[in-house]
Design a binder for this molecule. Structure first.
Ligand SMILES: NC(=O)c1ccc[n+]([C@@H]2O[C@H](COP(=O)([O-])OP(=O)(O)OC[C@H]3O[C@@H](n4cnc5c(N)ncnc54)[C@H](OP(=O)(O)O)[C@@H]3O)[C@@H](O)[C@H]2O)c1
Length: 288
């Protein structure tokens, strides 16, 4: 089975949302692995991508590549993106989804229906859901024929899919309801995906971060207060990497990697759930 540095290690990794924060640091940590994978960093900000590649040119040996990519687009556009990605990187075997946005939504003081302000709020919610959930599921669907063919039921090159959700997938922060709902959706999808892909050679590892140093909160002006309690990237990144480098347990469990205080939340609200998920999967009604 795949892990970032197993005996059949990952060769080419795409990190979607790698122009800053968690994605950038995880991408660079993977680049530094002894297995020397090729790492493609993706995001919308071309200048940032170029800057990161240039900063690491001395040590990357040409293995750090940049791909300008906006995932908040419709399915046909994502299909074109994935097709050209696979054409350029036919050995792609791992994808980390770190792209995410977070928006405050105030349902107690909604703008009047039909106004520009109301339309803006609704568009913002749709964009948040698309970026954090729908586009990622779409990309997974588009990438799976490639990953499954390469993995060949476990006999070929293993594949790895890494959704980065959040502790807020488990506990709602009421001022950012769309964000929490999108992360809860992605969490639930990741569990189902992990179960469906058992035995295929493609592994799903969901990372559930706590509050982490990043640019996610910048637009809300909360960075200063949050910085007093967030986990520094230097502390978070090795923990996230360890979740990708650990060999999976033979029973197929361990597809979820809560980090920091999210381990406590996970223990309180998620422990034992996988047993029911497995039971439900076994009891699935037969097709007629
Ligand atoms: N930081 C936290 O406290 C925390 C906690 C739990 C979970 N998370 C999750 O961790 C992931 C990484 O977030 P972060 O904290 O590292 O925040 P960040 O520094 O703001 O990074 C977000 C990344 O997503 C990319 N992105 C946003 N919209 C995109 C789009 N439409 N297409 C392509 N890329 C897009 C951004 O790149 P461009 O702007 O260049 O496109 C950026 O590289 C997110 O999924 C976030 O929800 C973060």
């Amino acid at each position: 089975m795949a892990s970032i540095n197993s005996s059949k290690c990952v060769l080419v990794v795409l990190v979607v949302g790698a122009t800053s924060g968690i994605g950038q640091h995880l991408a660079l940590a993977i680049l530094a692995l002894p297995s020397q994978p090729t790492v493609i960093i993706a995001g919308r900000r071309r200048a940032r991508l170029d800057e990161i590649v240039a900063q690491n040119a001395g040590t990357s040996g040409g293995r750090l590549r940049a791909l300008e990519m906006d995932i908040d687009v419709d399915a046909p556009a994502l299909e074109r993106t994935v097709a050209s990605l696979l054409e350029a990187y036919p050995a792609l075997d791992a994808v980390i989804f770190s792209a995410g946005i977070q928006r405050e939504l105030d349902f107690a003081h909604p703008a009047a229906a039909g106004t520009a302000a109301s339309a803006k709020t609704i568009a913002s919610f749709a964009s948040e859901l698309n970026t954090n959930y729908v586009a990622i599921v779409t990309m997974v669907h588009l990438l799976l024929p490639h990953l499954l063919a390469r993995a060949d039921g476990g006999k070929g090159q293993p594949g790895l899919i890494v959704p980065i959700t959040s502790g807020l997938a488990l506990v709602s922060a009421a001022w950012i309801p769309g964000y929490c709902a999108s992360k809860a959706a992605m969490h639930s999808f990741s569990v189902s995906l992990g179960v469906q892909l058992r035995g295929t050679g493609v592994r799903v590892v969901e990372i559930l971060p706590p509050i982490v140093e990043s640019e996610l909160h910048d637009h809300e002006g909360t960075t200063e207060s949050l910085s007093a309690r967030w986990m520094p990237l230097a502390e978070f990144t090795p923990l996230a990497l360890a979740a990708l480098t650990d060999e999976p347990r033979p029973d197929g469990e361990g597809v979820e990697a809560p980090i920091g205080n999210v381990q406590d939340w996970y223990g309180k609200w998620e422990n034992g759930k996988m047993g029911f998920v497995n039971m439900m999967a076994k009891g699935r009604p037969a097709k007629v």
